[in-house]
Write a new protein. Sequence first.
Lengths: 118, 322
Amino acid sequence: MMTKSVCIVGLLATVMVATLLLSAGSPGSSANTAEPASAEVKVDNFSFGPATLTVAVGTTVTWTNRDDIPHTIVSTDKVFKSKVLDTDEKFSFTFSKAGTYPYFCSIHPKMTGSVVVQ
Amino acid sequence: MAKRKKEEILHDHNNDGVDRRGFLKCMAWAGTGALCVMEGGILKSYSLSRLGEISAREMAGELSFVQISDSHMGFNKPANPDVAGTLKSAVQKINGLSKPPGFMLHTGDISHLSKPEEFDTVDQILKSANAKDVFFVPGEHDVLNDDGKSYLERYGKNAKGAGWYSFDKKGVHFIALVNVMNLKAGGLGTLGHEQLEWIEDDVQHLKSSTPIVLFAHIPLWSVYPEWGWGTEDSAQALAYLKKFGSVTVLNGHIHQIMQKVEGNVTFHTAASTAFPQPQPGKADSPGPMKVPAEQLKNVLGITDVNYVQGRNALAVVDSTLA
């Protein structure tokens, strides 16, 4: 009897460990995952979407230009600055500090957006 | 909404006490085109379809020049996959004018991405025009990567600051301005303090009877600020020109023909040689407008300007590439 219950507990423990390992291994399913966070902003029709993006500290934000006209991503406070992005070109920046980061397109300055890092 | 915006443009004046009875606004689409003759501060405009009714004397002058704009060399999207071809058509049109123009003005966006090979291609194509001298001002597409250094090396050797300069032709004083540098978030085109001071100094010693032609890339009047189609400090520049009887402002940037007269100032934007853009507020954004291939040349064009000495008159003629 004793031997059998030890065996069952041992089996349960094995299943639990396996389950934990599986959940940690599946992408994006756990808050404890070591995967770096990422977010996207689309540059489309002379506007940024979303115009205000809220992300966690450490998130890498990628802008993609979907217009037929080149644009730039330039931080108003000179924190980051892309080269000129032609159609379908991308720019990424990793936000390592909390704060609000307003930015604009230096070619079409009416285009403005901001990234809020919490 | 769009209608209200149009009204805003109609009533956008300098609050300078100018008699509004003299106010005239005409807006002609490339494809219809207009000939405008200004005399004594009054502008007359004629549809290009009525050119046959206008006397040769009205069209001729002692000085004629052509404005081209927004070549966007390097652009290859569906709105116009052959911008070199349409620029060549513009040059053919210039070479077909009954009287060869004295020179050409290019009001910016020569290139699409500021690449040396794009500037090279434009320079090469313009060499085949019968007007040899070309006076340039930069568009925002010409100063993308290096704050305009390579533009200045190529086109601005004798210019001041970011590329502004002036010159005289047969009694007409031409002022080339740069309003595409140091653009601020949320803002419009800007001339900046240094350039404004230079303008004031540049015109100080001219007689008030001297006709003035101002040219820059972004419109120097509020065409549609929501799309950035205007210049923050243009009112200050125009204030320095109040004493002059005849001021003509030539711009590009918006890829369509528009005209407005306010007091002593005639504002004029030229068509692009590359691709059309929508009417203000008539689309979600000012991006390139795709038109059927057979219609493209109807919405691209050149501007031919004639000056008749002693009459203080400038005649502005827009031609399509069709």
